[in-house]
Design a protein around this ligand. Sequence first.
Ligand SMILES: NC(=O)c1ccc[n+]([C@@H]2O[C@H](COP(=O)([O-])OP(=O)(O)OC[C@H]3O[C@@H](n4cnc5c(N)ncnc54)[C@H](OP(=O)(O)O)[C@@H]3O)[C@@H](O)[C@H]2O)c1
Length: 398
Amino acid sequence: MRFNPGDLGLQGLNPLLQLVDRHRFEVLLGKIHQRIARLAREEVVEVHGEPVDPPTAQVNKPAPMPDLPSTMKAVVAPVGGGTSEQLTLSERPLPKPGRGEVLVRVAAAGVNRPDVLQRMGHYPPPPGAPDILGLEIAGEVVDAGEGTTHRIGHNVCALVAGGGYAEYCVAPAGTCLPVPPSLPLVEAAAMPETLFTVWTNLFERGFAGDGDWVLVHGGTSGIGTMAIKLGGLFGLKVIVTCGSDEKCQRAREIGAAETINYRSEDFVERVKAVTNGAGVTVVLDMVGGDYVARNIACLADEGRHVSIAVQRGAKAEVPIAEVMRRRLVLTGSTLRPRPVEFKAMVADDILKTVWPYAEGGRLRPVIDSTFPLADVASAHARMDSGEHVGKIVLKVAS
Ligand SMILES: NC(=O)c1ccc[n+]([C@@H]2O[C@H](COP(=O)([O-])OP(=O)(O)OC[C@H]3O[C@@H](n4cnc5c(N)ncnc54)[C@H](OP(=O)(O)O)[C@@H]3O)[C@@H](O)[C@H]2O)c1
């Protein structure tokens, strides 16, 4: 196989590192599958602590938009954890974008389960992230630090490590995606967290590909609905589990190939029946605990088990002999603590591979409900209830 380092974005590395990593890529590419190169690129970022194929920084230091306030309203997680009713607006200083960052006037912010965990005191923000809740936003760029490529006045949606539930939010320029005019900002705000998570885990760690059967738990969750949507675009046959017949019905309407009510059916038996005994290529698991062994029973030979949450427990009994006999892969990841360089690399992949579908109107998130920022308590109460289907979004009026 001919190897072109440019395809993998290696030209950004210094010559010595390039030599070492070239060798690693050549071996991997030759032996396994081209998509393994994506994992190797991740490793390069982790090892060298620098971006692979950094975008050419444009000089972007025009004046910020006039009349920016000095303070803003924001929602901070209660100290030590708390209930949804404890979420209220606080006054905070306007954040300033640093090098490679933009300041976004937030039009809408997505609500995610990790926000609820943070509110409850179970998921502290990573070092350097603000204590303001919120992992994804959409809005207008109103100021920019040195070396950013996003222009003031343009609409973007962005993955952020915190700070989204606010009138203004600083975002790394590298994790911003341009919002096309056809995509409402409420919908754009509902995409980054689930899009980055599903893309990296289902496709890049799980190597799901055209024609594969995959099993996704939580079929009507924000993550599950995005997995169904992406699966439809990339030729996957997505089986989902849900906690009620009504949710199963909704998941089928969204595009799931098969649905299983996990409260009334044995999902292992159903997966075997649906796949004619072959099993699924990938399980995207947000449940953990005793589900892990059952998920493994659902996997086809050489299948991949990708963990993204452990709602039923962080410990699992794993049938190792089964893993060996059927050459299974157990993997997983958490998005939020990953370095911004990694997230920028994912954004770059998404921009090239997935974003054209959003621009063309074929990829839209499933919106459950919207709430004004001032009513953040009701938005979290809705997620606490577990009745939502798809995404809950905060509308931020500035
Ligand atoms: N690793 C990462 O990088 C990453 C990133 C983002 C999110 N996550 C995790 O992914 C999960 C989904 O996030 P979200 O924001 O989409 O939350 P969400 O909309 O609240 O979804 C939670 C889902 O979990 C399902 N669930 C709970 N217990 C279950 C069980 N025993 N069997 C099957 N399904 C079960 C629920 O299904 P029913 O309502 O049908 O019972 C619900 O659909 C969360 O646990 C979150 O922490 C991980």
